[in-house]
Design a protein. Structure first.
Length: 308
């Protein structure tokens, strides 16, 4: 029964890692850009929520409602003013720019909040739990996992059921052709990054309520997110959720054997899957992001871009 409990706790922990990874997967699926500052942006959002909670005496969930649009604006401005100038065939400029952004964010947070670890107060929710048979499950981990599923489902619906999603797919498949159809790739990229920052704010909320954080933990969160994306398969949002679960289960199983093996076990699971399935467990079909877009002409002679 101990191992069953360990498995359940690992699955729930995977929900947090999936939230870390969802925004990264979203941006990569549309722009083919790995944002090395993603972890630091999550930490920045955690500090933003903390400030709103302490300064305005708000519930963390209410603070998230205020932080999410602010983070969307940060992502939109960052993409429009900086990252759009680096997006192209060469992957090196975005990596260098986002690495520099990571350093800037870390030092700015250290300057503004010092190196002391902080935590977002969640009241009784921090210790609340319920029982499922002989297994005791914390309310916070269960809520985190449920949120990860809802975020993944929401992103899937946006991609496949909305006009914005069609624009995402068209721009991801062929930005030049999409621009001929009246789509502005730069604006689409900015909206995608803003949406990724909203997901980062949600991840930051649970990061801050579940554990202490400080300005330097961003790179570690980035590693977990990157591994979850690779394990699940590039461009697969549901695969990213599974990737987070794999890392979470590997860590809890490793910690049950020896507490010193917790972090190592997650990395070893990543390496094993990378050796066996280099494209991940659920690689998207067709284009890397799973979308196919082609220009079509109707009977009236007007052109449009069709994506499926």
């Amino acid at each position: 029964m101990i191992w069953v409990d360990t498995l359940v706790q690992g699955i729930l922990l995977g929900g947090l890692y999936a939230l870390f990874a969802a925004g990264l997967s979203l941006v990569f699926g549309i722009m083919r850009v790995v944002n090395l500052a993603h972890g630091d942006l999550i930490v920045m959002a955690a500090y933003l929520i903390l400030v709103l909670v302490t300064a305005l005496n708000l519930s963390p969930f209410v603070a998230l409602l205020l932080a999410a649009p602010l983070m969307f604006g940060v992502g939109w401005l960052l993409q429009q003013m900086v990252l759009n100038r680096t997006v192209g065939a060469d992957v090196l400029p975005p990596l260098l720019v986002t690495f520099g952004l990571s350093v800037v964010i870390q030092n700015a947070l250290l300057e503004g909040f010092n190196a002391d670890s902080r935590r977002i107060p969640a009241g009784s929710l921090e210790i609340a739990s319920f029982s499922v048979g002989p297994i005791t499950i914390g309310v916070m981990p269960a809520l985190t996992f449920a949120t990860a599923i809802l975020v993944t489902l929401a992103l899937q619906l946006i991609f496949y059921r909305t006009a914005l999603g069609r624009a995402f797919r068209a721009t991801s498949d062929d930005p030049d052709t999409a621009s001929l159809m009246g789509i502005r790739p730069g604006n689409i990229f900015a909206v995608a990054t803003g949406l990724g920052m909203v997901v980062a704010a949600i991840a930051a909320l649970y990061l801050g309520m579940r554990a202490n954080f400080d300005p330097t933990i961003g790179p570690a969160r980035l590693i977990y997110a990157f591994e979850a994306v690779i394990i699940g398969g590039m461009g697969s949002l549901w695969g990213t959720l599974i990737g987070g679960i794999v890392i979470g289960v590997a860590q809890t199983m490793g910690a049950a054997i020896n507490p010193e093996w917790q972090i190592l076990s997650g990395h070893l699971a990543f390496l094993v899957i990378l050796l066996v399935r280099p494209r991940g467990l659920f690689p998207a079909g067709g284009a890397e992001c799973g979308f196919v877009c082609k220009p079509v002409t109707d009977q009236a002679g007007s052109s449009r871009l069709r994506c499926w």
